[in-house]
Design a protein around this ligand. Structure first.
Ligand SMILES: *Cc1c(COP(=O)(O)O)cnc(C)c1O
Length: 423
């Protein structure tokens, strides 16, 4: 049954029950995978992707058709007028930064309507205590935020009151990031965008779409967001893009961002692709399927660990808006064993034993499991956890369900071996 990893028979029986519990969610995920894969193939076909587009340019990269066609592929697949897809975006944070600096001018006001943004963005904005050199605040761009309701959902009533034409940009974060709030569906983002458009018709609605791409059949750009931004080493790079990011949305806004990425005047016309185009096209092709595999891995983890008696969020049957799964493991021993088990399933560095260690910006030690082909890739199975209450592991990724499922089983197995589970 399991010739290679010697998984406990009782755990395998529980795994079957977890898959049974996950079946309705798997059905929905597979339907979305099928739909989005067709959407992606239609995008390739409509953009006319050809073999010559797979080769790279050097130097200034003038006239690089592969680069321009890749932009079109993502624009079509994300339901956007236009897209800027570049390996030169060094991270998701960098891509979001380029978009914010591209769209905002001194004196402009930005309003985040989904509570405190993702950690790294705080320093880009220049939140109190996080005023990094070069942040938006230094350029005279002011920031305000609306808190979420106590249950973590958007406060639509306050948005109705608070949004006025004085705000140039309304900012929405789709994913929970490393918090315990729920992630926001495309429908919910659409509702926020509609309020923004009604109360401040000239404003730009921008969504941080990290971890959300291809989780649903529509993207926020198809529900009223003007611009969405994400990282290619998460969902939209299909586990193949070695680096990069994208900005997609209204044509005029994408152009503005391109002037920030390179220079005013040259914008998207320059930027060589070296040898990266082929990987980026392949990543785009695989992305809808891989996002679904990561989702199935998350649902399986949710099902297995709820059967093992742990609190999980989202629940196995819950409709999801991103690929993140949180498992509250109750104590540091469980958390450490969990991460060590996940690490054992990695294709790269499976022999490494994760240890908690201090991290800049965190008030408690952090433990991570990651054994990825791409450094820091979180579309590959990975888990991170600060060693503090509620000793929760934030896990995400899984390039294919079979390897993802094995990672989750080995996490449980490791806890079992340490005598921490009653099977
Ligand atoms: C990952 C992520 C980012 C930033 O991406 P990095 O590549 O880590 O810089 C921003 N926002 C959210 C919600 C994310 O999940």
């Amino acid at each position: 049954m399991d010739p290679y990893f010697e998984i406990d028979e009782r755990l395998l029986a529980l795994s079957d029950r977890a898959e049974e519990l996950a079946r309705p969610a798997f059905g929905r995920i597979e339907e979305t995978q099928r739909y989005n894969q067709q959407k992606m193939l239609a995008a390739f076909s409509r953009a006319g992707v050809s073999e010559r587009h797979l080769f790279g340019s050097t130097g200034y990269g003038y006239g690089d058709q592969g680069r321009d066609v890749l932009d079109q592929v993502y624009a079509y697949a994300l339901g956007a007028e236009d897209a800027l897809v570049r390996w030169n975006f060094v991270s998701g944070t960098h891509t979001l930064t380029v978009a914010l600096f591209g769209l905002l001018r001194p004196g402009d006001k930005m309003l985040c309507v989904t509570g405190t943004p993702y950690d790294t963005i705080q320093g880009v904005i220049g939140l109190p205590g996080r005023e990094e050199p070069g942040c938006l605040k230094e350029y005279g761009i002011t920031y305000e935020q609306l808190e979420l309701l106590p249950n973590g959902t958007p406060d639509y009533d306050t948005m109705e009151e608070k949004i006025t034409p004085e705000y140039k940009l309304v900012y929405i974060q789709r994913s929970r990031g490393y918090s315990l709030r729920p992630s926001f569906s495309v429908a919910e983002i659409g509702r926020m965008a509609q309020i923004a458009k009604r109360k401040a018709p000239g404003s730009i609605v921008m969504a941080d779409n990290c971890y959300g791409e291809f989780v649903e059949k529509r993207e926020p750009t198809e529900a009223g967001a003007d611009v969405i931004v994400g990282s290619l080493i998460k969902n939209p790079g299909g586990g193949i893009a070695p680096t990069g990011g994208y900005i997609a949305g209204r044509h005029d806004l994408v152009e503005l961002c391109s002037y920030r990425l390179t220079t005013p005047g040259t914008g998207r016309e320059i930027g060589c692709t070296l040898g990266h185009s082929r990987e980026l096209f392949m990543g785009a092709f695989h992305a809808p399927h891989v996002a679904g595999e990561a989702l199935k891995t998350a649902v399986f983890a949710s099902a297995l660990f709820s059967l093992l008696g742990f609190e999980v969020t989202p629940q196995p049957q819950e409709v999801r808006a991103d690929i993140i799964q949180v498992v509250k493991l109750q104590n540091p021993e469980n958390l450490i064993a969990f991460c060590r088990g996940v690490q054992k399933s990695a294709p790269v560095d499976s022999f490494v034993i994760p240890e908690p260690s201090p991290m800049p910006g965190y008030d408690s030690p952090v433990i991570m499991a990651a054994g990825a082909f791409t450094l820091g890739s979180s579309i590959e199975l990975s888990a991170d956890a600060p060693l503090r209450e509620p000793y929760a592991a934030w896990m995400q990724g899984g390039l294919n369900y079979h390897s993802g499922q094995l990672g989750i089983l080995l996490a449980a197995q490791e806890m079992g071996k340490a005598g921490l589970l009653k099977l």
